[in-house]
Design a binder for this molecule. Structure first.
Ligand SMILES: NC(=O)c1ccc[n+]([C@@H]2O[C@H](COP(=O)([O-])OP(=O)(O)OC[C@H]3O[C@@H](n4cnc5c(N)ncnc54)[C@H](OP(=O)(O)O)[C@@H]3O)[C@@H](O)[C@H]2O)c1
Length: 319
């Protein structure tokens, strides 16, 4: 008697179950198709034509004499922008400026300032006076000399001010100086180089990671405020790139040379407000931020950085 009742119940539930399953499968297929199409649009077709001097004659790049910043300067000069290069060392600035002028037949300007100070912005403002700026790349940034527990960071008091000034204050102040003209002309692009370390806390690189989370939040907030005025502010979150900062000499697929990274990244502008910039990094971003539980990400980050710290201190015999 009871088994008849159960059989009847199951039979009557068959049709609703069938439709719920069919609907879930259809939604999942549509979502996958959407992801595939947007993926192809971003990573295969790209938006390479957006960054041209039609945005404005000049591109401004901070931290422009090495690594990712230098590659942005080269990529934008190749696209016909005149370039304002900003870094600390006048000698290095002159070298890069000369190389851009001879390679790409563009004009350059250099501004030598140290972003660890906060009194430099009148000098930067004077250097940018009267320029029609189409694109600003807020690239300058510093990381730890080696991963370290917060209280053990050498010269901690200075370290805190320096890192916040270079990684955070520079982004806000440069935006303050450049954005008003862009808004007046109703066009312009600001690329803020955050880091994959800003997608979640990275233990033993905690201050760096937190400054990069700031850059990401700042970018996405300002983008939302000004997109209706024709301004694009993009948050760029790379994983490892082979530069002086990372001391990676041999590039691999997941740790590309900066020119390769930048060539991929510029194709995403206007398509993604927040991007890992390079397809293998986008896959890594998806796994670490969407699929993996945050506790596992924190645990693995701490483990990797403790191992690196140990290696560094053994080499330096600081223990
Ligand atoms: N490389 C990576 O794997 C990676 C990953 C994620 C995010 N990022 C971010 O990408 C950006 C660039 O990194 P990178 O690896 O290309 O760095 P990098 O190779 O160390 O180059 C840094 C550039 O910034 C300049 N600079 C450094 N400190 C400065 C200061 N206090 N004032 C003015 N200029 C200064 C340097 O020139 P001078 O020494 O001549 O001043 C150099 O041109 C940073 O914001 C970094 O956080 C890098």
């Amino acid at each position: 008697m009871e088994s008849f009742y159960l059989e009847d119940l199951l039979r009557s539930a068959e049709t609703p179950f069938y439709w719920v399953g069919a609907l879930a499968t259809a939604l999942l297929s549509l979502w996958l198709l959407y992801k595939l199409i947007t993926g192809i649009r971003i990573w295969v077709i790209g938006n390479g034509d957006l960054l041209t001097p039609k945005l404005g004659k000049w591109a401004v790049v901070t931290g422009a004499t090495d690594g990712i910043g230098k590659s942005y300067a080269e990529e934008l000069a190749r696209r016909g922008f005149d370039i304002v290069l900003i870094s600390r060392s006048q000698d290095k600035l002159d070298d890069v400026a000369q190389s851009l002028e001879s390679q790409f037949r563009v004009e350059t300007k250099t501004i030598a300032v140290d972003f660890s100070g906060t009194d430099i912005y009148p000098k930067v403002e004077a250097g940018l006076e009267g320029l029609e700026i189409g694109i600003l790349v807020n690239n300058v940034g510093i990381s730890y000399p080696y991963p370290e527990f917060f209280l053990n960071i050498p010269d901690l008091n200075n370290f805190i001010y320096t890192m916040i000034n270079v990684n955070i204050t520079s982004v806000c102040q440069m935006t303050r100086l450049v954005l008003p003209r862009m808004v007046e002309r109703s066009k312009g692009v600001i690329l803020n180089i955050s880091s994959a370390s800003g997608m979640y806390p990275v233990p033993l690189l905690t201050v760096y990671s937190a400054t990069k989370a700031f850059v990401d939040f700042f970018s996405r907030g300002v983008h939302t405020e000004y997109k209706a005025k024709g301004i694009i502010v993009q948050s760029v979150l790379p994983f490892f790139v082979a530069t002086k900062m990372t001391r990676i000499r041999k590039p691999t697929l997941d740790k590309p040379m900066p020119d390769r990274y930048v060539a991929a990244e510029v194709n995403t502008v206007g398509l993604q407000d927040q991007t890992n910039g390079y397809f293998p990094h986008a896959v890594m971003g998806w796994f670490s931020a969407v699929l993996a539980p945050i506790d596992l990400v924190l645990y693995l980050g701490a483990r990797m950085n403790k191992a690196q710290r140990g290696g560094y201190l053994r080499r330096r015999k600081l223990r």
